[in-house]
Ligand binder design. Sequence first.
Ligand SMILES: Cc1ncc(COP(=O)(O)O)c(C=O)c1O
Length: 395
Amino acid sequence: MEKTEGEKKMNFDEIYDRKGTHCVKYNAVKTAQRPQDALVMTLADMDLPCCPAIQQAIIERAEHPFYGYQQFDEQLPEVVCAWAKAHSAALLDPRTIQITPSVNKAIALCLRAFTKPGDGILIQNPSYSPFRKVVTLNQRRCVMNELIQKEDHYELDMDDFEAKLQEVRLFILCSPHNPTSKVFTREELDAMLSLCRKYQVTVLADEIHADWVYGTMTAASAVDQNVITILSPSKTFNLQGMQCSFVFIPDANQAQALQHERDSLAYMNNQTFSHAAALAAYSPAGETWLQQAKAYVSQNAEIFKTMLKEADVPLMPMRLQSTFLLWVDCSGCCNNDAEVVDLFENRCHIYGSSGSHYQCEKPFIRLNIAAPRSVIEEAAQRLIHVLSKSDRQEA
Ligand SMILES: Cc1ncc(COP(=O)(O)O)c(C=O)c1O
């Protein structure tokens, strides 16, 4: 029997030229001036081709020559909730959905709707920099709860978490966590969310990475049905350009406050292509693509780690629990962020996102490993070559 588009085996080994697509990853000031042989592993934007069913859905929609005011697709709320329930046991009520453009925009809207200038916002550090930016640009205060590195993973500092809760109004729970890839256990979520209830702190669960976990994942809504959840197919399916995210707000007053904030910006859901793309993503064809993509990236991580380990180079990739973003401890060979940048960019021509982007005190780098296998192997080889050479020079 002939395979459907959704069942076909993807070829993730092929290298695509993204020139002319105006993509930020290759056109940002820094990477635009890169050397010819640069490997660009910045930004959470994959170099793997999108799910064919999504591309097909966009083409089919584009074939109809009308792109006017768009109404909310009535199937979408149920489809998103069913998908999230299947992937992370999320308990979401489709009637509480509000469709927003990007996740960062949704977070900004929520901050404005549920807090006031001067309020404290709790973030777990190392942290995704747009969280800090959106908090400070909206005149709120970032209050940090450090995650504690234990060998190749991170653990919670619950005493500090409880102390910090007493000076904030809202907690941005990044689950799974970027950049560490930590997947919080149900017990960890329970501990954090019950304290948030005790101190009446609103929880905003950014679960954009929830579909890309290597084991199982529990959604915050499965533990506490009062949390506000933000979801989007944009990371999992590389649809950042579609500008589509979903906010679920169980509390009616909070829902009204967010609606008011959207109205104040005259925001409508004019997302002609993104609704088609999201429906195709959250489908059996999307699931098939996702399983293949995750398996490919997981193997990329294994190959990269094994190559570094066998060559005995002093870089320690952290355990990859979720995402396609490998968080690498460079403290074995670099003393600070500048040395990490020098090693990766100047000496190896590898562009990643160094620890300072995440307010990380230690020398770290985040590498996007959703790339063709040859890119991953080349990156490992360059690091091995340069780091073994420095060893020889020191001996
Ligand atoms: C945790 C987290 N939230 C939000 C975003 C951004 O999502 P969007 O492009 O929908 O704003 C990212 C992107 O990497 C992310 O890692």
